[in-house]
Write a protein that binds this ligand. Structure first.
Ligand code: SAM
Ligand code: SF4
Length: 349
C-alpha cells in the first residue's frame, strides 16, 4: 500500500474556538463527551489478516516516526486533563511494542485514567497476560475469526490458532476479564462459523462480538461483497440457539444479546448497516502521533510535530481540545464516502 500524504486539519485556527481554551472535560461541537482514546502503538503486525492488510506491499513507519514512550508518557496527563478516562491500546499488534508492560503501568497510574484495556491478536498473550495484568491492564479484546486451525491460518495469513487459544486461557487466568472476542465476519469466508462462535458463550463468561467488515484502505474490496449485516447473523443465531436482546449500553457500539441460560453474551457491531455515530465517545491516536478524529474519515490533527518542536503542555492541551471540538459527526459510508488514507492496521479498529 502506498503511503499517501495524510490530510491534516489546519492547527493554527485552534485558539479560535471556545472549546480549545476552556477547562474541564472536553465536548465536541455536537455536545458529545469524548472520553475514550484508542492509542495505536505500532502499525506493524505478526499477522496479515486479509481484511486488514494487503498480503504484500505494506509500508510501515520507520521507528523514529512513531511516538516514543517518553512522548506518550508526556501526553498522558494532558489527555487525562481534557477528559480522556478510558484508554485502549491497539495497533497493528500492540504486543510487538517493546516496553508495553512499562507503558501500561505508566498509563494505568496516570491520575484521571480509570481503565486501560488492550486489543490484540492474542499470539503473545500467553507470556504477557500476567505481567500486563500486574502492571494495571484491566481487560483484553482478542481477535479470533475462526475455530478451525487451517482456516484461521488462511485468514490471518500465517496465524497459529493454538497459540491464540493459549493466550485466551492466559488472559482469563490473569483476570483480564470480562474477556471479549472480536470476530470480523466476511461472507463466504467465515459466516458459516457464526453459530459455533456464538456457542462459545454458553459455557464461557465471554462476550463474542461479531463485527461487520469495513472498507479500509488497501483492502476495501473485501467489504464490497463481504459485509454480512448483523441482522442476518442475529436471525441465524436466534433460529439455531435462541437469542434475547439485552440492550445497547451508552457509547458501547455493540448491541448485546444472550443465548438463554448462557454464561456469556454476544455483541453485534454494525458500523456499516446500522451506524452508531450519534453516541460516539472516542478518538484515536495513531502510532505516528496524529489524532484521528473518526475511524472512517481521513481528518487528523498532528501532535507529534508540536511535541517535537517545543510546544508547551498548555499548547498541546489546546490542540487536543480543538481536535475534540472539530470531530466529525459521523462517517460517510451511507453516502458512499470511504476513508482514503490509512488502513485499519494503522488505526487500530
Ligand atoms: N492486532 C490487533 C487485533 O487484531 O486485535 C489489534 C489491531 S486490529 C486493527 C483491531 C480490530 O480491528 C481487530 O479486532 C480486527 O479484527 C479489526 N479489523 C481489522 N480490519 C477490519 C476491517 N476491515 N473491518 C472491521 N474490523 C476490522
Ligand atoms: Fe494484524 Fe490485527 Fe490487522 Fe490482523 S487485524 S493484520 S492481527 S492488526
Amino acid at each position: 500500500m502506498s503511503s499517501a500524504p495524510i490530510q491534516l486539519i489546519d492547527p493554527p485556527a485552534l485558539a479560535a474556538d471556545a472549546a480549545a481554551v476552556s477547562d474541564g472535560p472536553a465536548l465536541d461541537q455536537y455536545g458529545r463527551r469524548i472520553n475514550y482514546l484508542r492509542i495505536s502503538l505500532t502499525d506493524r503486525c505478526n499477522f496479515r489478516c486479509f481484511y486488514c492488510m494487503p498480503a504484500v506491499g505494506m509500508q510501515f513507519a520507520p521507528p523514529p516516526e512513531l511516538l516514543s514512550n517518553a512522548e506518550l508518557e508526556r501526553l498522558m496527563p494532558i489527555l487525562a486533563r481534557v477528559g480522556f478516562e478510558k484508554i485502549r491500546l491497539t495497533g497493528g499488534e500492540p504486543t510487538l511494542r517493546r516496553d508495553l508492560v512499562r507503558l501500561v503501568d505508566t498509563i494505568a497510574h496516570t491520575p484521571g485514567i480509570t481503565e486501560v484495556s488492550l486489543t490484540t491478536n492474542g499470539l503473545r498473550l500467553a507470556e504477557l497476560a500476567a505481567p500486563l495484568a500486574q502492571a494495571g491492564l484491566a481487560r483484553v479484546n482478542i481477535s479470533i475469526d475462526s475455530l478451525d486451525a487451517q482456516r484461521f491460518h488462511e485468514i490471518t495469513r500465517g496465524g497459529d490458532l493454538r497459540r491464540v487459544l493459549a493466550g485466551i486461557d492466559a488472559a482469563e487466568q490473569a483476570g483480564l476479564t470480562p474477556l471479549k472476542l472480536n470476530c470480523v465476519v466476511v461472507r463466504g469466508i467465515n459466516d458459516d462459523e457464526v453459530v459455533e462462535l456464538a456457542r462459545l458463550t454458553v459455557a464461557h463468561p465471554w462476550q463474542v462480538r461479531f463485527i461487520e467488515v469495513m472498507p479500509l484502505v488497501g483492502v476495501a474490496n473485501v467489504a464490497d461483497d463481504g459485509v454480512v449485516p448483523s441482522a442476518e447473523l442475529i436471525a441465524q443465531i436466534e433460529r439455531e440457539l435462541g437469542l434475547e436482546f439485552l440492550g445497547w449500553y451508552g457509547s458501547d457500539p455493540a448491541r448485546t444479546y444472550q443465548i438463554p441460560g448462557a454464561q456469556g453474551q454476544i455483541g453485534f457491531i454494525s458500523s456499516v448497516s446500522n451506524p452508531f455515530c450519534s453516541t460516539c465517545n472516542r478518538m484515536r491516536l495513531t502510532a505516528d502521533g496524529r489524532l484521528h478524529l473518526c475511524l472512517l474519515r481521513d481528518d487528523e490533527i498532528d501532535l507529534r510535530d508540536p511535541l517535537r518542536s517545543g510546544a508547551s503542555d498548555a499548547e498541546l492541551e489546546a490542540l487536543i481540545r480543538h481536535a475534540i471540538y472539530v470531530k466529525p459527526w459521523g462517517h460517510g459510508l451511507p453516502q458512499g464516502i470511504r476513508p482514503t488514507l490509512r488502513g485499519m492496521s494503522q488505526l487500530g479498529g
